[in-house]
Ligand binder design. Sequence first.
Ligand SMILES: Nc1ncnc2c1ncn2[C@@H]1O[C@H](COP(=O)(O)OP(=O)(O)O)[C@@H](O)[C@H]1O
Ligand SMILES: [Mg+2]
Length: 272
Amino acid sequence: MSCGTTILTIAGLRVSLCRSDCPDRHLVSDLSLQVRRGRVTGLIGESGSGKSLTCLAVMDLLPKAMRQSGGRIDLTAAPGPTLSPCGCFRGRQAAMIMQNPMSCFDPIFTIGRHITETLVAHGLNAPRHTQRIRATFVELGFEQPDEILAAYPFQLSGGMLQRIMVSLALLLEAELLIADEPTTDLDVIVQARILDLIDQLRREKNVGVLLVTHDLGVIARLADQVAVMQNGRIVESGPVRDIFSGPSQAYTRDLLAAHFSLYGRLAGEGRA
Ligand SMILES: Nc1ncnc2c1ncn2[C@@H]1O[C@H](COP(=O)(O)OP(=O)(O)O)[C@@H](O)[C@H]1O
Ligand SMILES: [Mg+2]
C-alpha cells in the first residue's frame, strides 16, 4: 500500500459504559477520524476526554462494562487473531504502545517467550526469525539482545518495555501503530528515542500512526493531522499547521496558550 492510503477510518464512534445499576453513560460520542499510511494523526485533549477509550476501541480492548455502542471502525488490512501473549495487537496489522507497558506483558514469561509466542500466534515461524529478532533489538538500541530476551518484564524499565512493543510492531510488520501517551513516564532522553523510533517506522516502513500525547510540541513535530477532544467528542480537527496557527475553538486556544506559557512558542510547525 502506498504512502497516504487510509489504514484506519473511525466513523461516528460511540463508546458507552453499560452497567445494570445505572443508565448507559456515553464516554465517547460521534467520533470520526482517519489515519493514513506513512502519516501521523495526533489526538489531544484534557485528561478524561476519551482518548484512551478511543484507542482501546480500535484495538478491540475496551474494559469490561464498556462497549462500542455506535459507529464503525474500519481497519483496511484483513483482521487476524486478536489474542496473543502480548495483549496489544489486533491481528497483525495494528499494534499499540501503552502508557503503562507492563500491562501488556505477562510477569511469568521472559521477553523471549513473549516475542516467540506472539510471532507464532500471528502465524510466523519463530525459530526462523531468531536472527531477525536479535537484529531488530539491536536496531532499537539493545546492545545485548540475548540478555533482554532472557529477562522478565519486571527486570526492565518502562522505556525498555516500550521499545520491545515497538520491536514487536516491526517484527509483525504492523501497518498501524497506536501510541497512547507513549512517553509520559519516561525521562527526556528515552522520550526522544521512542519518538524518533515512531517517526522512523512512519518514514521507513510506511506505518500509519495514531499518536495520543499532551505534548503539543510533539504533535507539531510529528503529526500531519490533529484532532482535539473534549468531553468525549472531537471539537476541532484538521492539518496541524491550520489548527495550531488558527484554532477556531476556545478550548483549543486554551490548550495552546497553556502550552506556550509552559514551554514557549512551538519549535516547529506541522509537516502537513
Ligand atoms: N474502566 C472504566 N470504568 C469507568 N469509567 C472509565 C473507565 N475507563 C475510563 N473511564 C472514564 O471514561 C472517560 C474517558 O477516559 P479516558 O479515555 O481514559 O480519557 P483520556 O485518555 O482522554 O484521559 C473518563 O471520564 C474516565 O473516567
Ligand atoms: Mg489516556
